[in-house]
Ligand binder design. Structure first.
Ligand code: C2E
Ligand code: CA
Ligand code: CA
Length: 626
């Protein structure tokens, strides 16, 4: 258990490094140092091979091991090369007695090493290198360590493949076009290519009736970075900013660099202009952790200006100009924020203003309701719980979705009343199901906002609601996101402990979207983790997502947690998550969120109070493909 926790931490820190702007070399240096410690070996090393089997990168937890790593390449023999070539782990528990690599063994023994264990790093059949562990005493590594070493080698391989692909994708086939349409420093589209894409996007939006948004991103006080540290550092910082911004794009979006510290994000196919603000917020938070540039830690903020264009509106040039102007307004207001150009901002503000004045009375007018989406067991398809999702049935605007409700209710503090109503209603609905249908729906899960968790007396609110509705706490699970811990971790921790003491389960929502989620798993008393939809949708396309999710599932199971895959939308995704061993799944492919009476009529009545099983397609594993 202890070691599992250490490994959870290690993966967390590792994931953190990889989310930032470190080079492959830094990633490797970091990895080997940590691995050596967690697996309790004398040292660890990594060799990455280039395209022509030449040594490309080497990293080691100390100088001696670095020497031994590179030495193998000179000798053209050694266990690491062997693992790389064969794709199999090579275990040498006693270098003195081993005859396979005589030259290597002799040199390694001379520098005081006694055993070496090496694990291939490969992904989808492509070989990348090897991870090597050294000990200064002979003896086996142990089965558990062997297993973990291979998991770490796999995860590292996945990340490295990703990092390589990222840098390779900057080198496009058409070098010339690349040069005339791309910014030489970052490789991003330049103004000319942006204009081309913008025109196409605006033309498409006329047909699709969707919104195009332009986000103008400008680094606050960038000049002072150049002035204090020189252009060399400034350039590296800009590259790093570009690569973080790439991470917030949705598929099909364009990131361009116009000049200096000006970047532009072009988003198309948006159903509502407000969605672009999420992109802006994501950009702001992606850029807020310090950058590591040449060993310097640099912290920056940016100002983001947004402009939109719906069908029949605006021309591309005005769009860019409007976004630039909005960015200027964001700077005027002190920077480190986004600002929407006034035209649509006025419209959005109007809606927001009206909604917030109406929200106040909506609880009393009984305009809120909950819909429920089942979480089903895998591979059986049996309902294990239902998640309560908030809806506002507005008398004139139709359904208002939770994100918009929360964006008003959280800052105004109304979330506390509303959140209590949600919990109360969910408990009441659970009781309705229990009274009518027995244990067909064993549990309701209820989302709670960080504002609720941090508010005074949250645990007493929960216990009051449980009591007044006569609810068995085992039937309730609260879903929190890791943002709940960002402000005051220890406080969140103690609140959640008290909630758990009530007998309520806790679920970590949107797992994998934040910083060091794995740390929270270790420190906080969760029962369930929900792997975010982004990971689930990447599973088919992105080999690295698969490896990472597999490692997460392993670790979570090691910590006795139930793993839920969220947002399963296709049969393929379902098969993927079944294969990876997640315990539960949830998503449109299985069932959309439904009103209580829809659940009653469609699921519970036909089942006559027995357990409810959703029909899952039988997994075609083992069946011939193609
Ligand atoms: P969440 O907790 O991650 O909930 C899942 C969201 O994903 C729901 O959106 C659900 O309708 C949607 N979803 C489910 N399956 C799929 C799928 O296969 N594909 C896709 N694309 N989406 C899927 P919804 O209802 O709009 O809720 C959005 C978010 O609002 C929730 O995300 C949750 O964070 C928050 N929320 C909802 N209800 C409440 C509430 O009562 N209180 C609080 N504090 N937050 C709530
Ligand atoms: Ca949730
Ligand atoms: Ca979620």
């Amino acid at each position: 258990m202890d070691q599992t926790e250490d490994l959870a931490n290690l993966l967390a820190r590792f994931a953190h490094t990889l989310g930032s702007d470190f080079s492959i070399q830094k990633i490797l240096d970091h990895l080997v140092a940590e691995i050596a410690e967690v697996l309790g070996v004398t040292g660890a090393g990594v060799m990455l091979m280039g395209e022509h089997n030449e040594l490309h990168f080497a990293a080691a937890s100390n100088e001696t091991i670095l020497e031994i790593e590179t030495l193998q390449n000179e000798l053209t023999e050694g266990p690491c090369l062997e693992a790389y070539r064969s794709g199999l782990a090579v275990l040498v528990p006693d270098l003195g007695a081993d005859e396979r690599f005589p030259n290597f063994s002799r040199r390694a023994t001379e520098v005081g090493l006694a055993a070496v264990f090496t694990f291939p790093m490969s992904l989808n059949g492509s070989r990348l290198g090897a991870l090597d562990l050294y000990k200064d005493e002979k003896g086996e590594l142990g089965a558990e360590n062997v297993r973990w070493a291979q998991v770490l080698a796999d995860v590292a391989a996945a990340y490295i493949q990703n990092a390589r692909r990222r840098s390779e994708s900057a080198i496009t086939v058409d070098q010339l076009r690349q040069r005339s349409l791309h910014d030489p420093l970052t490789g991003l589209p330049n103004r000319a290519l942006l204009k081309e894409r913008l025109e196409q996007a605006v033309a498409r939006s006329q047909r699709s009736h969707q919104v195009v948004a332009v986000l103008f991103v400008d680094v606050d006080r960038f000049k002072s970075v150049n002035d204090s540290f020189g252009h060399h550092i400034g350039d590296q910082l800009l590259m790093a900013v570009g690569s973080r911004l790439l991470g917030v794009l949705r598929a099909g979006d364009t990131l361009a660099r116009l000049s200096g510290d000006e970047f532009v994000i072009l988003c198309e196919g948006l159903a509502r202009p407000e969605l672009a603000e999420h992109v802006a917020e994501r950009a702001l938070s992606a850029l807020s952790p310090p950058f590591d540039v040449d060993g310097r830690s640099l912290q920056i903020t940016v100002s983001v200006g947004l402009a939109f264009c719906g069908p029949g509106e605006d021309m591309p040039e005005t769009l860019l100009r409007d976004a630039d102007f909005a960015m200027y307004q964001a700077k005027q207001a002190g920077g480190a924020r986004h600002h929407v150009v006034d035209k649509s901002s006025r419209r959005a503000m109007d809606r927001r203003g009206r909604l917030s004045s109406e929200l106040q009375g909506a609880v009393g007018r009984d305009e809120f309701t909950l819909v429920y989406q089942p979480l089903v067991t895998l591979p059986g398809g049996q309902i294990a719980a239902v998640e309560a999702l908030l809806r506002w049935q507005h008398p004139t605007r139709g359904w208002v979705m939770p994100e918009e409700i929360l964006s008003i209710a959280e800052p105004s503090g109304l979330i506390l009343t509303l959140g209590e109503w949600v919990l109360y209603r969910a408990c009441r609905d659970l009781r309705h199901w229990q009274e009518r249908y027995g244990t067909a729906i064993p549990q309701v899960t209820v989302n709670v906002s960080p504002y609720q968790v941090m508010a005074a007396g949250f645990d007493t609110t929960v216990s009051r609601v449980l009591e007044s509705t006569g609810t068995d706490p085992k039937g309730v699970c609260l879903e929190v996101t890791e943002s709940a811990f960002l402000e005051d971790g220890p406080r969140a921790y103690s609140v959640l402990e008290r909630i758990k003491d009530l007998g309520v389960s806790l679920s970590l929502d949107d797992f994998g979207t934040g910083y060091s989620s794995l740390n929270y798993l270790r420190q906080f008393p969760f029962d369930i983790i929900k792997i975010d939809q982004d990971f689930v949708s990447d599973l088919g396309a992105e080999p690295s997502a698969r490896t990472i999710v597999a490692a997460i599932v392993d670790l979570a199971h090691g910590l006795d947690l139930t793993v839920v895959a969220e947002g399963v939308e296709t049969e393929e995704q379902l098969h993927n998550v079944v294969e990876l061993g997640t315990d539960l799944a949830q998503g449109f492919y299985l069932c959309h969120p439904l009103l209580v009476d829809q659940i009653d009529r469609r699921m519970l009545e036909p089942a006559l109070g027995g357990t409810v099983t959703l029909p899952l397609p039988s997994a075609p594993r083992g069946a011939p493909v193609g």
